[in-house]
Design a protein around this ligand. Structure first.
Ligand code: FES
Ligand code: FES
Length: 914
C-alpha cells in the first residue's frame, strides 16, 4: 500500500436544478470544486477569506461564501445555485437585466456574487426597502470597488418590482432601435450581458481553459523590506516532485531591469532601478527572487517554500523622513534617496507678498498610501503564439508601453513580444505598472512552455503599486476680503522602492497644489523620495488627491480665519478668463463659477439642515471641495486605431484597454456617431480589442486620456473610411463595390496632443502639459458620532464638467465609484503596516454601509474644442478631492480639523477631547 493515500468522497448534489455526481476531497473548498471540478466559472474568487462575496452561492436555500466553505460541510443531496442557475445569456433573470439597466456593470467581477446574493434576499423578502437591501449586502459582505453601490440597490429594487408584477421586464431593457444617436444616452455596455451571467472570462477563468501542459508558477518572495542577497540555493527545490525549472536572475537573458519611464528632465534616476528578479538586493517586501515552474500549483508552492535565500538585512526606510535622514544609506546604490526635485515659479516673488498680506494661513497635510483594493487578484499567462511570438496575457492597461518596459530587461526584441489584455476585474491605475508580465515571460523563455501565474489577495495587495504617500507644507496669503494673493508650498512624495512613473507624479504636485484658483504668484518645491515601502504607481487622479488634499483643506482654513463662507471664498477665486493654472496654462473652459452658482442654494439648504439636525451626540456638517484633473499623457501624447470595412459592417482594432470603465461602450458609441452616414447599427460594429498582435499602438488607458485620444483617433479613421467610400454623387460604396473597385478597406486613424502642449520648463514647472481638463465641485454631508468619533458620509452632491457626456450610464458609474473610493481614502483606507494591511478588510475596504445611498451628479457639458464631440475625460476628476470635502464637512460638523488621512474615529475623538 502507498505511504500516503488520497481519500475522496462521492456525493450527489443538485446544482442549478440538475443532479450531479461530485467526487471531491472533504477538505477541498467549495468554490474550487464548483469552478475547477464542475466547470462553473460564473462565480469568481477574490479574497478567499470571506471578505468580498464574489464567490457567493445559495446552498440549501442559504447564501454562503463558497471560498470559506469546505466540502465536508456540504451534505450529500445538497442543492446549490450558482449564477449559471439564475439566468443565462438570452434568458436573463430580472435581477440580471436590472443590473445591466442601472449601470452596475463596470469591471463586472462582483456582479455574479451580488446577483446570487440579491436572489437569496428576494427569495425570502419580495418587497425589501432600500435599507433592507443595503443591510443584506453589508451582512453578507458583498463588496464592489467600482460602482459606489447605489446603482446596485437601484437594480435590486427594480428587479423586485418586476418579480412582484409591478413593473414589466421590458421596462428594464434598452431599446437600441429607438435611438438615432447614442451620444449622452443610457445605452448599456456590450459586455453587460456576459458579465451579469458570469460568462465574461477573466484571467483565472481563462487559466482553467489552458492546455494541460501549462506550467503553474509560484514565486519565492522577500519577507523583509531591505536586504543584500548573499545566495539563492535552488538545488533541493529543483528535485521536488513536479518541478520543471526554477528561474532566477541568472536565467534572465537581458539586463534584468524593468524600464520605469523616467520622463522629466532633472530626474536623476534613469528608470532602470527595478529588477525583474532580485539579483543583488531586496528593495521592498514581496520582491520576487525566484520563479518555480511546476506541473501543479501545489508542487510549485511546495518547491518555492524550499528555495533557500540567504540575506543580510539592511535598515528598512519605511517612510520619506527616514530615507531622507542624513545617515540613511542609498537604497539603490549610486542613486540618492531624493532623486528628483521640481520647483514651481509663477509670477512675482511671494516673500514680500506673504510679508505684507493681511491674512496668511498655513498647515502640514499628509495623505496615506492608498491601496487599489481590486477584487480580481492579479493574474496572467504566457505562451509562444503561432508565429513564435512570446505572448503575455495580463491585466495590463498599457500594452505597448509594457513591451517597452520589459523587452530590454528580458533580452528579447520588442517585435517578438506580444501583450494581450484579458477581461479585467478592475485596476484603477495600478496596471500601468508591470506586475506579472515580465515574470511570466521569463518563465516561458526559460522553459519554452505556456506558464500561468495567479496571485492571491495578499500577494496582490503587497506586490502591486500603491498611491504614494504625499506630504505638503502649504501656505496661502489673501487680502481681508478673501482675494488670494500668493501660494507657497514644499511637497514630498514617498514613491516607495521603485522610480516607475515617479517623476510624473511629483510634477502633478506642482500641477495641482492650488489648482482651480487664480493664484498669480506661486513658489513651490517638490521632492521625490525612494523608500523601502511598496512602490508608487498610478491610481485614479494620479497626484491630484495628495495636492488638493492640502490646498482644498487650507482654503477652508483660510475662510474660517477671514470669517467668510468657504463656498463664497472659492467663488471669488476660481478660474475666470485671465486666470491660469499653477503651471501657467490657460484653462480651456471656465465653468467653475456656474457650477458654484448651481450648488449654492443646495449648499445653503444643507447647512441649515445640518444645524437643525445636530444634537449633543450627533453633529452634522457640510463640506465643499473643488475638483480638478487633466486628460492625457503629459507634454504631448499620441494614439492610433485601425478601422476596417467588412461584410458585416466595420471592425475596429484598438487598444483602448478596459479596467471596467467602459471602453467597449465608448468605442461603439463614438464609432456609431462617426459613421452615421453609413447608417450602421451598434451590432454591425465589431471590436477586436487590446492585443498588440492585432491593433496599432493607442497608448495607455490612464490619465483620463482614453475618450479623448481613442475617440479622436476613431473619428479620424472613420473620416478616412468615409472619404474612400464616398462616390461623386455623395452616396457611399458598399463593401462589395469597394472590393470590386480594389479600394483599400482598412484605415489607420490617429490623434496626437503634442501641438497643444508644451514641455515643462525645468526651473519653473511652467508649461501646458495637457490638452484638456475636467472641473467639478464636491459637497459632502456627514454625521459625526460624538461618543465614538466615527464620521459617516450621508449624502454626496457633485457638479462636474467633463465636456460632452458620451455615455451617461458609464459616466455616472465613474462618478459614484470614484467618490466611493474617496470616502475610503478619507475615512478608512490604509496600506502601511505590513502585518495588518494585507487583506481587503485589513486595508479598510469600504462596504455598502460606508457609502452614502444618496448621491447626485449635475453635469455641465461645456464642449471641448479638442474633444471627440466635445468630450473631455471622466474617471479621475471624481477622485481628485472628495476626501477634502469630507474632512471639511467633519470640521464643519464638530470643529475638528484633521490634516492627516485617514480620518479614523480615534483621531476625531482625540480632536474632540482637545
Ligand atoms: S468572499 Fe469568497 S472570494 Fe471573497
Ligand atoms: S463592478 Fe463591482 S468590483 Fe468592479
Amino acid at each position: 500500500m502507498a505511504e500516503k493515500i488520497v481519500q475522496l468522497k462521492k456525493k450527489t448534489l443538485t446544482v442549478n436544478g440538475q443532479d450531479v455526481m461530485v467526487i471531491a476531497d472533504e477538505e477541498a473548498i467549495l468554490s474550487d470544486v464548483i469552478r475547477k471540478q464542475l466547470g462553473l466559472t460564473g462565480i469568481k474568487v477574490g479574497c478567499r477569506a470571506g471578505q468580498c462575496g464574489v464567490c457567493s452561492v445559495i446552498l440549501n436555500g442559504k447564501l454562503v461564501r463558497s471560498c470559506v466553505m469546505k466540502m465536508k460541510r456540504v451534505d450529500n443531496f445538497s442543492t446549490i445555485t450558482t449564477i449559471e442557475g439564475i439566468g443565462t445569456p438570452g434568458h436573463l433573470h430580472p435581477l440580471q437585466q436590472a443590473f445591466i439597466k442601472h449601470g452596475t456593470v463596470q469591471c463586472g467581477f462582483c456582479n455574479p456574487g451580488f446577483i446570487v446574493s440579491a436572489k437569496a434576499l428576494l427569495d425570502q423578502n419580495t418587497n425589501p426597502t432600500r435599507a433592507d437591501v443595503r443591510k443584506w449586502f453589508q451582512v453578507n459582505r458583498n463588496a464592489c470597488r467600482c460602482t459606489g453601490y447605489k446603482q446596485i440597490v437601484d437594480a435590486v429594487m427594480d428587479a423586485a418590482k418586476v418579480m412582484r408584477g409591478e413593473m414589466k421586464f421590458e421596462e428594464l431593457q434598452y431599446d437600441f432601435a429607438a435611438e438615432k444617436t447614442f451620444i449622452g444616452s443610457y445605452a448599456p455596455r456590450p459586455s453587460g450581458e456576459a458579465k451579469v451571467c458570469g460568462v465574461w472570462n477573466y484571467g483565472a477563468d481563462l487559466g482553467l481553459q489552458l492546455p494541460a501542459s501549462t506550467l503553474r508558477l509560484a514565486l519565492v518572495q522577500a519577507k523583509v523590506s531591505h536586504a543584500k542577497i548573499l545566495s539563492i540555493d535552488t538545488a533541493a527545490a529543483e528535485k521536488m516532485p513536479g518541478v520543471e525549472k526554477i528561474v532566477t536572475h541568472k536565467d534572465i537573458k537581458g539586463s534584468n531591469r524593468i524600464f520605469g519611464f523616467a520622463c522629466i528632465p532633472g530626474n536623476t534616476c534613469d528608470g532602470y532601478d527595478r529588477p525583474i528578479l532580485c539579483d543583488d538586493k531586496v528593495f521592498m517586501y514581496g520582491d520576487a527572487i525566484a520563479i518555480v515552474c511546476a506541473d501543479t500549483d501545489e508542487h510549485a508552492k511546495a518547491a518555492a517554500a524550499a528555495v533557500k535565500v540567504e540575506l543580510e538585512e539592511l535598515p528598512a526606510y519605511m517612510n520619506a523622513a527616514d530615507a531622507m535622514a542624513e545617515d540613511a544609506i542609498q537604497i539603490h546604490p549610486g542613486l540618492e534617496n531624493v532623486y528628483f526635485e521640481q520647483s514651481t515659479v509663477k509670477g512675482e516673488d511671494t516673500k514680500p507678498i506673504f510679508a505684507s498680506a493681511p491674512v496668511v494661513v498655513e498647515g502640514s497635510y499628509h495623505t496615506t498610501r492608498q491601496p487599489h483594493l481590486v477584487l480580481e487578484p492579479d493574474v496572467g499567462f504566457s505562451y509562444y503564439d503561432e508565429e513564435g511570438k512570446l505572448t503575455i496575457h495580463s491585466k495590463s492597461i498599457a500594452l505597448y508601453i509594457h513591451i517597452d518596459m520589459i523587452c530590454e530587461g528580458l533580452g528579447i526584441p520588442k517585435e517578438e513580444l506580444r501583450i494581450v489584455q484579458n477581461p479585467t476585474g478592475g485596476t484603477f491605475g495600478y496596471k500601468i505598472s508591470i506586475t506579472v508580465e515580465a515574470l511570466l515571460a521569463a518563465a516561458t523563455m526559460a522553459t519554452g512552455k505556456p506558464c500561468y501565474l495567479e496571485f492571491d489577495m495578499e500577494q496582490t495587495i503587497t506586490y502591486t503599486g500603491k498611491r504614494e504617500v504625499g506630504h505638503v507644507d502649504i501656505k496661502m496669503a489673501a487680502d481681508k476680503d478673501g482675494k488670494l494673493q500668493g501660494l507657497e508650498y514644499q511637497h514630498i512624495f514617498d514613491h516607495g522602492a521603485y522610480s516607475e512613473w515617479g517623476d510624473i507624479v511629483l510634477f502633478k504636485g506642482n500641477q495641482f497644489i492650488g489648482a482651480g484658483y487664480d493664484f498669480k504668484n506661486i513658489r513651490g518645491h517638490g521632492k521625490l523620495v525612494c523608500t523601502n515601502h511598496t512602490y508608487g504607481t498610478a491610481f485614479r487622479s494620479y497626484g491630484s488627491p495628495q495636492s488638493l488634499w492640502a490646498s482644498e483643506c487650507l482654503i477652508d482654513e483660510l475662510a474660517e480665519k477671514i470669517g467668510m463662507d468657504p463656498l463664497e471664498l472659492r467663488y471669488k477665486n476660481v478660474y475666470r478668463p485671465g486666470a491660469t493654472t499653477p503651471t501657467g496654462q490657460e484653462p480651456e473652459v471656465y465653468s467653475l463659477p456656474e457650477q458654484i452658482e448651481w450648488l449654492r442654494p443646495k449648499y445653503q439648504a444643507a447647512l441649515k439642515s445640518a444645524k437643525e439636525k445636530s444634537t449633543a451626540d450627533k453633529k452634522y456638517g457640510v463640506g465643499i471641495a473643488l475638483a480638478n484633473y487633466c486628460c492625457g499623457g503629459d507634454f504631448g501624447d499620441m494614439c492610433e486605431v485601425r478601422l476596417e470595412l467588412a461584410p458585416h459592417g466595420v471592425t475596429i482594432y484598438s487598444t483602448w484597454q478596459d479596467h471596467g470603465q467602459g471602453s467597449d461602450m465608448g468605442t461603439k458609441t463614438i464609432l456609431h456617431e462617426a459613421l452615421k452616414p453609413l447608417h450602421i447599427s451598434m451590432e454591425q460594429i465589431k471590436m477586436v480589442m487590446n492585443d498588440t498582435g492585432t491593433a496599432p499602438d493607442g497608448g495607455c488607458s490612464a490619465g483620463s486620456r482614453g475618450q479623448l485620444f481613442y475617440g479622436n483617433a476613431m473619428i479620424d479613421a472613420s473620416e478616412k473610411l468615409l472619404d474612400a467610400m464616398r462616390k461623386e454623387d455623395g452616396t457611399f460604396r458598399t463593401y462589395d463595390e469597394m472590393v470590386a473597385e480594389g479600394i483599400e478597406l482598412a484605415y489607420t486613424g490617429s490623434w496626437a496632443s503634442g501641438q497643444y502642449c508644451t514641455m515643462i520648463e525645468r526651473e519653473t514647472a511652467q508649461c501646458n502639459p495637457s490638452p484638456t481638463y475636467m472641473y467639478g465641485m464636491f459637497m459632502s454631508e456627514v454625521v459625526v458620532d460624538m461618543k465614538t468619533g466615527k464620521a459617516t458620509v450621508e449624502k454626496m452632491t457633485m457638479t462636474a464638467d467633463n465636456g460632452t457626456i458620451i455615455n451617461k450610464l458609464s459616466v455616472d458609474g465613474q462618478m459614484f465609484g470614484s467618490y466611493s473610493q474617496g470616502v475610503g481614502f478619507a475615512l478608512t483606507e490604509q496600506y502601511d503596516d505590513l502585518d495588518k494591511h494585507k487583506t481587503l478588510a485589513g486595508c479598510g475596504f469600504p462596504y455598502i454601509m460606508d457609502i452614502p445611498d444618496e448621491m447626485h451628479v449635475e453635469y455641465f457639458e461645456n464642449k471641448r474644442e479638442l474633444g471627440p464631440y466635445g468630450a473631455s475625460g471622466v474617471g479621475e476628476l471624481p477622485l481628485s478631492s472628495p476626501h477634502a470635502s469630507i474632512a471639511n464637512a467633519v470640521n464643519n460638523a464638530c470643529g475638528v480639523r484633521i490634516r492627516d488621512l485617514p480620518l479614523l474615529p480615534e483621531k476625531i475623538l482625540a480632536g474632540l477631547k482637545k
